[in-house]
Write a protein that binds this ligand. Sequence first.
Ligand SMILES: Nc1ncnc2c1ncn2[C@@H]1O[C@H](COP(=O)(O)OP(=O)(O)OP(=O)(O)O)[C@@H](O)[C@H]1O
Ligand SMILES: [Mg+2]
Length: 421
Amino acid sequence: MDKQTVKQRFGIIGSSTLLDRAIEIAIQVAPTDLTVFITGESGTGKESFPKIIHQLGARKHGNYIAVNCGAIPEGTIDSELFGHEKGSFTGATDNRKGYFEVANGGTIFLDEIAELPLSTQARLLRVLENGEYMRVGSSKVFKTDVRIVAATNVNVPTAIADGKFREDLYYRLNTVPINVPSLRNRKDDIVLLFRKFAADFADKYRMPTLQLNEEAKQIIMDYSWKGNVRQLKNVTEQISIIEKDRLITPEVLRKYLPDERNSKLPVLYQNQKDSHLSERDLLYKVLFEMRQDVTDLKKLVREIMKDEQMARVFQKSNTNIIRDIVEDTGVAVQMEPMNPHSDFQNVENASPAYASKPQEYDAVPIQESEIVEESLSLQDKEIELIKRALKKHNGKRKIAAQELGISERTLYRKIKEYNIS
Ligand SMILES: Nc1ncnc2c1ncn2[C@@H]1O[C@H](COP(=O)(O)OP(=O)(O)OP(=O)(O)O)[C@@H](O)[C@H]1O
Ligand SMILES: [Mg+2]
């Protein structure tokens, strides 16, 4: 079956390269019995993939069981998955088959797999290794022939580092990884999806279809869609129901899009593969950018202070800032040698707090080496992040820059600066 037919059959909208790639892998891997691990941010559309894999494989006449591991209470998950023997716990009045037994000969989709308790992960590892499992309350070994497809929007390497996910299980599951791209990484699909959802909701609510004007189109393409397709679908539905005027302008649209300016936090990428950016990586990135800003500011201030006349003007018009910096750190900027007649001296006189710390006027000059030293590990981290983003996107700078949250030009400059090949 080709990509296009699969999209039609499973209701997948989009034609971006990254999405196509994910679908192609699913088509290729379907006829095999390999375990597939689907990753991607929340709302990207992961749930279609196990269906494709099952339907296009040899097991399509067998059972397909989808289990949301996050929705089953910890106390009953083992029994649900592997079954139990009568009397094994209060309420176990009968023997019960687990999903692995029911799905024998078919496919089991373990959604939200990172939510599994560690003890269940150990049982699952055994199934993956030799198809064996035991019912709860029994020591009899059962065999099952199940194809496993798992999915998560959690960053598994981080979960492993936090001791919440077994590393050996991760490698077992990750035989064939499929990453479903976020909407930010397939901007061209956004308008297509909007159109499809608008048509569906027009049908459902028996109203004319929503249209976006050109500016509004640009806005939905530039928006970050942290909830991905699910969020886009919800927003389209809300607008479909509420707005009387069917031509949507930016003003109308903005009412439905949470203001991104209120959220300075980076989007947390929750991809699983080692080459992806983890939450910690992104925090490093933010720290790095902040450090870079501070360094740039320090340099700027130093440059200004070099010029005697400029320094005077600068000191005069920024007395409060300079005082704050010196009071906060004691070592902020290299001041002009204190001249009793300078304007800056007047600040001292005007401020008792400042005047009580005369030694702070002997501000330590900032040395370039100091700045470099202080940023070394963060800089290494940044280089590593850039390399990983480039690797992930096969050297495509545009997409790598998008993921890193910097402009393509900045990325280009950094590649040159750090001599990244
Ligand atoms: N390419 C697509 N075309 C059409 N609809 C899509 C597409 N991708 C996702 N959707 C729709 O978006 C919604 C969210 O998709 P889905 O439930 O598969 O997300 P998910 O990746 O499993 O998210 P989570 O990690 O939060 O469970 C569903 O209603 C799905 O039908
Ligand atoms: Mg899901």
